[in-house]
Design a binder for this molecule. Sequence first.
Ligand code: HEC
Length: 121
Amino acid sequence: MRRLLLIATILVPFGTALVYPQGPAKPTKGYPAVNAIFKANCVGCHQGAGAAGKFDVTTYAKVMVGSKKGKMVVPGKPTKSPLMDYLKGTKKPAMPMGAKPLKSADLKIISDWITAGAKNK
Ligand code: HEC
């Protein structure tokens, strides 16, 4: 019996690790994934009253409002969305400012989200 208990104590956490290799799944598409990219790369400069360019990326509604220059996201049209131009560096200053460009996988997540209508989901 004691030996069984011992085996159980060793195997149970191990089993959990097998079921959840990296903890809860990270969102890979839609606004949740876009929001995670913004959180990791942009909120340092783009949040609250002092948000750079008055572009606040902390909520869906604020992202859709855009910046002091107007809308940054045009639903359904990534090529007409200034956001993509800044991220690709075809509009300056390239974003994220002072850092390496986003990975192409992240650019695709954002572009796919816009193509799908830039919805809050
Ligand atoms: C180190 C600070 C910093 C980081 C990090 C940063 N930005 Fe910016 N961002 C700025 C500044 C400064 C401006 C220019 C504001 C201006 O010209 O008035 C700007 C401008 C922009 C604009 C254009 C707004 C406009 O009206 O011209 C967009 C879009 C933008 N950033 C998106 C992002 C995104 C998306 C990220 C993350 C991938 C990001 N930025 C990361 C500082 C930053």
